[in-house]
Design a protein around this ligand. Sequence first.
Ligand code: ADP
Length: 492
Amino acid sequence: MKRYQLKIDGQSTDPSSASWFETQNPFTGKTWAEIPKGNAQDVDRAVQAAHRSLTDGPWSEMTASQRGMLLHRLGDLIARDARKLAETEVRDNGKLYAEILGQLNYIPQWYYYFGGLADKIQGTVLPLDKKGYFCFTRNEPIGVVAAITPWNSPLMLAAWKIAPALAAGCTVVIKPSEFTSASTLEFAELFEEAGFPPGVFNVVTGFGQDVGASLVEHPLVRKISFTGSDTTGRIINEQAARHLKHTAMELGGKSPNIIFADADLEQAVFGAVSGIFAATGQTCIAGSRLLVQDSIYDAVVEKLLVIARTAKMGDPMDTGTQVGPVTTQPQYQKVLDYIDIARQDGATLLLGGRAANAAECGKGLFVEPTIFGDVNNGMRIAQEEVFGPVLSIIRFKDEAEALVIANDVRFGLAAAVWTSDIARAFRMTEKLQAGTVWVNTYRAVSFMAPFGGYKDSGLGRENGIDAIREFMQVKSTWINIGAATGNPFVMR
Ligand code: ADP
């Protein structure tokens, strides 16, 4: 069995606790590796190293262009090792190899894009209202960044944080999810080869309450960039607020996927399937509420059932598999519990509704693709994030009612509209309360497009040009070039 080590200050090291915990393959149910059980002491070592790199030594001396070059090299190395990293990720989180390899092949773009952006962030010379001064702004790295990531797409979501943070000149300590730490530890091996000085990127694995909380509390961490559940996000944000730290929070969703009668129904149903059954529904942007206009309700349900009923479950490494296992035991239980809750609340079960135990599912944590019809938006299944292959279908009469239902939820991460009416598309995209709105598509993301939540779905934005500024702070510099010395007791 493979035993991993922490990555601190460029060194692979054992955790100070000298203990490890096991990580399982959610398809086979077998333990396949041991992950270091980090603690506050390891966090301190990692943050001290990151702080030294930030304030002293080669990283702090580099030009932005040099940082950009390193990020480019890192992107090349990820591209070279994409298959190996994808295999590790599938072994640890059970997502389809096709999906994860697609992610790994795309991840280098984050490092290229932000690497290219590193030396294009300019300060401003201010046309000052006071004579005798020259005043300009400078954008400086915000400090040591703590990145805390979830188990559903470990390296992709890490890239959204690491690439802009390093481009901005920050240094990083990352804590991946205790369920899927292996790929981040393997990825850390590439930094030295890419030419990064030690201490710029550190990995401390372990549990949220130990490693995660210690990172949030550490006085030398200035920014916490978190992706995960809204419950944990709130805890971290409260803790960070006590220490006046910056936070970026990418939290959950309960995204509406809205099909109007004038939509291309084939396409819309494909979009509905991709919104909820791709990645076994374990994505923050899952289109878990399908809003369907009355007149096409039966036709949509029929088409949807045909595809969902035949979705092939099985080994995530097989190219023919469409729905993989749920990643973790607690999550598996949570999905099954929500199915019970929906039943008790009176939703009509149209498909699935139980654990799947077909031969091809092996010992995996499989839940049958599940569809509830005639869901009322007030039901818990329509209001709370399930994070699994469970779809709620909700009827609506017209555009106005669709909008009310779509926005009547505390989340606001994503939303989609299926229509052939361009004016309606614009009206809807304007009124939907979500950080990402798609028209006639679903689950499209890019390093170029800002991503983040309205309402309880989060704070701040990842991706896009402005993401780099989330890791910078502005300094205004005043130079006296002949201003008169006035009364020292009066503001200049
Ligand atoms: P999930 O990924 O299952 O949605 P969480 O939001 O709890 O669950 O986890 C996301 C990340 O936050 C994980 O890396 C987890 O270890 C970490 N985490 C959990 N609790 C805390 C905490 N109290 N402080 C800091 N990090 C935490």
